[in-house]
Design a protein around this ligand. Structure first.
Ligand code: EPZ
Length: 418
């Protein structure tokens, strides 16, 4: 099992290029199932989760060609069946995103229930309820969602909870449904907007993505397209926090500053000097220790839950006391146990972590438990005294492309031990 060995104490300096967004690529790959012709998707990150989604499409008989590592061509014309098996879904819960497109385009789908995951129960009841409201007949038995519909009908949907993939699944289902669909209390994440732009480039009629009310006029067919995925805002934020923790100065390129305002505001509160351009962000910490910040996670445009673990690591070495409250998932503090093993002074009280910053963490062997928790352990290792070994980094490979190479570009002493 691969490990990352990190020797801390280096101020990060230099430039790094951000990859395409994992959480835009996954729904867009699923959305390609809706097309009548071949779809080409560019700026695709080379990540394990993307490989899993491609494997799922290929398993169904969809023709997928990966060109020069970052462009993927998808043609669902020869699809053989509409089943997403447990052995793939259990490794990547975002497989649920094929449910809406399969049902809307082919009238049937059989998708394994994702099951729980480390950060929470993460049910898909809102996905199912929305599709039923659109006329799908759905049964859930022996761990599978079995769905059928002659043709989905437009409906007025009100989501009880803001759900990103729930919004995406229902938006894709509505694209080929008969009539008008409204999704109230929709997720406003930039990746939802990216998916809507992708669907509209195929001829869909989606309006209002990025607001909490999305309207979709169903059409009879969607054509092929050539679409580039947006940059990854969480990868961007992860590198910026790494520079803030090590007192460094970095330039993050090929990103989109406008979609991480909440993260940039907190980094400025921590004392970082930040300059932004159209597709780049420069952070300079002037070799100063960050100040503690208070964080409360929320759906977009609030502070993203996917950046919570990284800021927990930063608060661990910051000057002061910071409180971090996780409002989106019920069990997303597992990185705290590992940070405590490195000397962090963190107390959990319900959904909050109160963190008394200490001058320096101590390197230790630690274990990743989920994608963003593993990223926070890498950041902690970069700021710790000594060599930190992060185990089970298959978690990190799910969501970060070439993470050690990118950190090496910034001067970090990090290497993969296979
Ligand atoms: C997406 O997950 C992201 N994944 C997650 O990123 C991200 O943390 C999350 O949104 C929140 O921003 C992808 O986009 C592939 P939700 P998703 O449905 O859609 C509850 C990462 O690290 N809920 O918005 O699964 C749910 O339990 C990953 O890249 C229901 O109760 O999250 C949670 O408490 C981790 N019923 C809340 O809603 C449902 O049917 C928000 O979850 C659906 C969700």
């Amino acid at each position: 099992m691969d490990k990352l060995a990190i020797t801390g104490g280096v101020r990060l300096q230099g430039e790094v290029r951000v990859s395409g967004a994992k959480n835009a690529t996954l729904p867009i790959l699923a959305g390609a199932l809706l097309a009548d012709g071949p779809v080409t998707i560019g700026n695709v990150p080379h990540l394990n989760d993307v490989t899993t989604m491609i494997a799922l499409l290929v398993r169904m008989g969809v023709d997928v060609t990966v060109h020069d590592g970052m462009r993927v061509e998808v043609d669902p014309g020869n699809i053989q069946h509409y089943r997403a098996p447990y052995e793939l879904v259990k490794t990547m819960r975002a497989s649920i995103l094929v449910l809406g497109p399969l049902l809307s385009r082919f009238g049937e789908a059989e998708v394994s229930l994702p099951g729980g995951c480390a950060i929470g129960a993460r049910p898909v009841d809102l996905h199912v309820a929305g599709l039923q409201a659109m006329g799908a007949e759905i049964s859930i038995e022996d761990g599978f969602i079995r769905a059928r519909a002659d043709r989905l009908k437009g409906a007025h949907l009100v989501l009880d909870i803001v759900t990103v993939t729930g919004t995406e699944n229902l938006m894709m289902a509505a694209a080929l449904a008969k009539g008008h669909t409204v999704i109230e209390n929709a997720a406003r994440e930039p990746e939802v907007v990216d998916l809507a732009n992708f669907l509209n480039s195929m001829g869909a009629r989606v309006r209002g993505a990025g607001t909490n009310r999305i309207e979709i006029e169903g059409v009879s067919a969607l054509g092929g397209t050539d679409y580039n995925v947006m940059p990854d805002r969480i990868e961007t934020g992860t590198f910026l926090v790494a520079a803030a923790m090590t007192g460094g100065r970095i330039l993050v390129k090929r990103t989109r500053p406008a979609v991480i305002e909440a993260v940039l505001a907190k980094l400025r509160d921590a004392g970082a000097d930040i300059v932004i351009g159209e597709d780049w962000i420069e952070l300079d910490m002037h070799a100063v220790r960050p100040k503690s910040v208070d964080i409360s996670t929320a759906p977009y445009p609030g502070f993203p839950t996917d950046m919570q673990a990284q800021f927990t690591a930063m608060n661990s070495i910051a000057d002061g006391v910071g409180t971090i409250t996780e409002n989106v998932f019920e069990n997303r503090f597992m990185h705290v146990l590992e940070l405590q093993r490195m000397g962090a002074d963190i107390k959990i009280a319900g959904h909050s972590a109160v963190i008394h910053g200490i001058a320096g963490l101590t390197a230790a062997p630690v274990m990743a438990t989920d994608l963003r928790a593993s990223a926070s352990l890498v950041l902690a290792g970069l700021a710790a005294d000594g060599e930190t070994l992060v185990d089970r980094i298959y978690h990190i490979d799910r969501g970060y492309e070439c993470i050690e190479e990118k950190f090496q570009q910034l001067g970090a002493l990090i290497r993969r031990i296979v």
